[in-house]
Design a protein around this ligand. Structure first.
Ligand SMILES: [Zn+2]
Ligand SMILES: [Zn+2]
Length: 238
């Protein structure tokens, strides 16, 4: 009995959220392995479950899906995999401190002007100077910034922009937290009140922000994915 509960616990997917949420186990889709750079994605509805390729898949290449949101940085993503699915992910993204050149985890060095600290097991090391910082110290910084971000009013564009400026003093410009802000800021940017003027400067800022967000998505969430689709829809509406 406990084995059956364990199998259901690890393999279930949410098909309806909220107080009367529903979770289900689909035997075939549950067979798929996780990758933080998957080549497919699962589609789950109330009465069906399926898998579609998100990028071109070679003959005999293993299909993989993600068990966690892909835009999350390694510092937060890998513990989720460990806590919920009991494995240490060693995919090509997880073993690369730059996360495929995106620097989603990188924080600014306090000892040199252009360096960034990257994760090396339990210590974070600057890519330009010998400076280091403990993982606990980085976790504290990220935790406090996340708490602050989560306390923002989601309809308050000015608050998001102000927080992004502040967080940007500590984080690489592609850091997960700044991209999480861009996910909210971009749709807010597009809700321009009727009859208000859109200046060239505003337009340029929106395009720059969309392109920076897409730069990261192209590397960690390539192909036919929801987030890329939403971002292209925003760019098309500008
Ligand atoms: Zn991984
Ligand atoms: Zn440095």
């Amino acid at each position: 009995m406990s084995h059956a509960v364990g199998v259901a616990e690890v393999n279930n997917v949410e098909i309806r959220s909220g107080p009367c949420g529903v979770r289900a186990v689909y035997p075939l889709t549950s067979l798929l392995s996780h990758s933080c750079v998957p080549n497919a994605r699962s589609i789950v509805g109330a009465t069906f479950a399926g898998v579609i390729a998100s990028v071109d898949v070679a003959q005999n290449q293993e299909l993989s899906i993600t068990y966690v949101p892909l835009h999350i940085c390694s510092l937060l993503r890998r513990p989720q995999l460990k806590d919920n699915w009991y494995f240490d992910c060693r995919c090509r993204r997880c073993v690369d401190p730059t996360e495929l050149g995106t620097f989603l985890d990188a924080i600014r060095c306090r000892k040199c002007p252009s360096g960034h600290l990257l994760p090396r097991e339990l210590t974070w090391v600057c890519d330009r100077c010998p400076s280091t910082r403990s993982k606990e110290s980085v976790q504290q910084l990220i935790g406090s910034l996340l708490d602050e971000k989560d306390s923002l009013d989601r309809s308050d564009l000015a608050a998001y922009l102000s927080f992004s400026n502040k967080a940007g003093r500590h984080l690489h410009q592609n850091h997960y937290i700044l991209n999480a802000c861009r996910r909210w800021i971009l749709p807010l940017y597009c809700r321009v009140p009727a009859n208000s003027e859109i200046t060239n400067d505003m337009l340029k800022r929106k395009i720059d922000m969309s392109e920076r967000y897409l730069y990261v998505l192209d590397r960690v969430e390539a192909g036919l994915t929801k987030n890329r689709g939403k971002c292209y829809a925003i760019l098309a509406s500008l």
